[in-house]
Design a binder for this molecule. Structure first.
Ligand code: IMP
Ligand code: MG
Length: 176
């Protein structure tokens, strides 16, 4: 059933589909980091929903930390990324897994990766729930991708329009 908070949208992935894919991602990540410790870096605010579901499916010792960057106003990327909240943890010599909600132009992730690589982690990988590959302006990919999607603007399950609609319990897309 579609939410009536927001008009002109359709369901892209239901909560069942999201959880099923997250379980698979969790298994893959657990295998890759077997016996290793992890620092999971959740990129606020959008990835908070994905992160809390994902970590429950990763069978590794981990510390969860948060970082907040802002890159968007409305539905268009500004191209300027600012660091609003930094990590608490020192990541030097640690295995770091960045958890993103979506890679669109790639600018946010590019800035983040450069920033975190400067801190000399043992390893740095990225998991993103959604990937809009055709929108990329920076040449970079995630190590783990939940779903590759076409160029549509998504809402719900953490995805916002001007900070709203993050609470919609599925991923929808705006119909043009
Ligand atoms: P990028 O820097 O262009 O890759 O943008 C990444 C950020 O833009 C994400 O972390 C989201 O916050 C936001 N974003 C990109 N596409 C969408 C969308 O379809 N819906 C909601 N937010 C989006
Ligand atoms: Mg956003």
């Amino acid at each position: 059933m579609e939410n009536n908070l927001i008009k002109n949208h359709k369901v892209l992935y239901t909560m069942e589909e999201i959880q099923k894919r997250i379980k698979e991602l969790g298994e893959e990540i657990s295998n890759d980091y077997k016996g290793e410790e992890l620092i999971v870096v959740c990129i606020l605010k959008g990835a908070a929903f994905f992160t809390t579901d994902l970590v429950k499916n990763i069978d590794c010792e981990m510390i969860i930390d948060f970082m907040r960057v802002s890159s968007y106003t409305g539905t268009e990327s500004s191209g300027i990324i600012t660091l609003k909240q930094d990590l608490e943890e020192d990541i030097e010599g640690k295995n770091v897994l960045i958890v993103e909600d979506i890679i669109d132009t790639g600018r946010t992730l590019n800035t983040l990766k450069t920033e975190l690589l400067n801190r000399n982690p043992k390893s740095l990988k990225v998991v993103t729930l959604l990937d809009k590959k055709e929108r990329r302006v920076v040449d970079l990919d995630a190590d783990y991708v939940g779903f590759s999607i076409p160029n549509k603007f998504v809402v719900g399950y953490g995805f916002d329009i001007d900070e709203k609609y993050r609470n919609i319990p599925y991923i929808g897309y705006i119909e043009n």
